[in-house]
Design a protein around this ligand. Structure first.
Ligand code: PLP
Length: 414
């Protein structure tokens, strides 16, 4: 039986082999393994691509989140870490690292439920928490300092609403772009440098900072761990640059409690080679998503990912994003408690699928007694029981896509 994996990195390597081998050979020739020329070249290339002033390589997406928050604590509070009374709003329906970074920076995560259509943080619920908190302000010592929107599965959060809320309540925004390299949000209210209002703006250029992951399975993935932070703020850029090199401009005489969290030269070289293909690969992902959408649209019991054209939230906080989705994952919702049975059926036929994520953050032990939440988190709890990500390999054959679709249809018609 032919296996269909979620992703086939060997296939991608063969497709880009000459570029990648040349990039690695260049590193072998110059032997500048720490902060070699490729790191700066990648930082400049991605900064230009995103339309931001600064990009700084980091050792992972997780460290990129932590570096952002630590730099924000230093800039905003004049102290190394946030206080426990400092609250940062985020979604519970994300990878652990998003919430964990908040704890590592000393603050308290506040989980706000998701929009069931996009699986991203619901701006209306976010505003609800802020309004209620403002009312309680006199009895309460907490201090909401920022929001971390996560562009889950490659789909943008409603950045118009999030940036509006952030301006109103004077909050920082740290975009978690780990899953959405190259993704965009339409019609920004405040365009990035050099963009006119209404043009597409790259994710990671809206917030105070953005955190990217180059984990091998990401849209832009290295051959090991890697990450990046983006910002238009000179002071934050300088601080993050210091923190990732032990906490100082001079590593033998440091100012802050730092990390060794640099991006490897070798990873930067590989990422530069792969970056040449990012637009093509994201387009390939969209094409595959289109086929899935078309072929699965008549299967009752499956809810397809949304990708419509209005940026306005409806009365449930639902937001739409036309074409900006980069389908890091193609994720469907399986109704009627049949998700696990469908996953088993596909597995038996040699088709891999994944559940991102089986446990929401507020149910994890690490967050026990360490988080707050807005109302209930019903939609997140429902999503963990219903979502299923199908194989999304940009170079996947038409035969493989047809086989997946056929196998799903067969499950429903048996
Ligand atoms: C949403 C999200 N945030 C953060 C991360 C952390 O990135 P990394 O694995 O590079 O540390 C990931 C990666 O898995 C992610 O999916």
């Amino acid at each position: 039986m032919k296996q269909i994996p979620m992703l086939d990195l060997q296939l991608e390597y063969q497709y880009m082999k000459t570029d990648i081998d040349t990039a690695i050979k260049r590193c072998l020739d110059h032997q500048k393994w720490i902060l070699g020329p490729e790191v700066k070249e990648l930082e400049d290339t991605i900064a230009k691509f995103l339309g931001v002033k600064h990009c700084i390589g980091a050792s992972s997406g997780t460290e990129a989140l932590v570096l952002s928050l630590r730099a924000l604590a230093i800039k905003l509070k004049g102290q190394e870490y946030f206080d426990e009374t400092d609250e940062i709003i985020t979604t519970p329906f994300t990878f652990t690292a998003t919430g964990d970074a908040i704890l590592r920076a000393g603050a308290t995560p506040v989980f706000v439920d998701i929009d069931p259509a996009t699986y991203n943080i619901n701006p209306i619920k976010t505003r609800e928490y802020l309004t209620q908190n403002l009312k309680l302000k006199t009895q309460n010592s907490s201090n909401i300092v920022g929001i971390i929107p996560v562009h889950l599965y490659g789909q943008s959060c409603n950045m118009d609403e999030i940036m509006k809320i952030a301006r109103e309540y004077n909050l920082f925004v740290l975009e978690d772009v780990a899953q959405a390299f190259g993704g965009t949000w339409n019609g920004p209210t405040v365009p990035a440098v050099g963009l006119s209002k209404g043009s597409r703006q790259k994710l990671g250029s809206f917030g105070t900072t953005g955190a990217f992951s180059f984990f091998p399975s990401k849209n832009l993935g290295g051959f090991g761990d890697g990450g990046m932070v983006s910002t238009n703020d000179d002071e934050l850029a300088e601080l993050m640059g210091m923190l990732l090199k032990h906490g100082g401009k001079d590593k033998y005489n440091v100012d802050h409690i730092g990390y060794n969290a640099r991006l490897d030269t070798l990873q930067a070289a590989i990422l530069l080679a792969k970056f040449k293909y990012i637009d093509e690969f994201n387009e390939r992902r969209r094409k595959i998503a289109e086929i899935y959408n078309r072929e699965l649209s008549n299967v009752s019991g499956i809810v397809l990912p949304v990708n419509c054209s209005t940026t306005q939230p409806d009365d449930k906080g639902t937001s739409r994003n036309h074409d900006g989705h980069v389908y890091h994952q193609y994720t469907i919702r399986i109704l009627n408690k049949r998700r696990d049975a469908l996953q088993k059926h596909l597995k038996e036929k040699g088709i891999d699928t994944m559940v991102y994520y089986p446990v929401p953050l507020h149910k994890m032990r690490v967050f026990d007694g360490r988080y707050k939440m807005n109302g209930d988190l019903t939609e997140s709890e429902k999503a963990v029981r219903e979502v299923l990500s199908l194989p999304m390999e940009p170079l996947m054959s038409e035969e493989a896509i047809s086989c997946i679709i056929h196998t799903i249809k067969k499950f429903y018609h048996e």
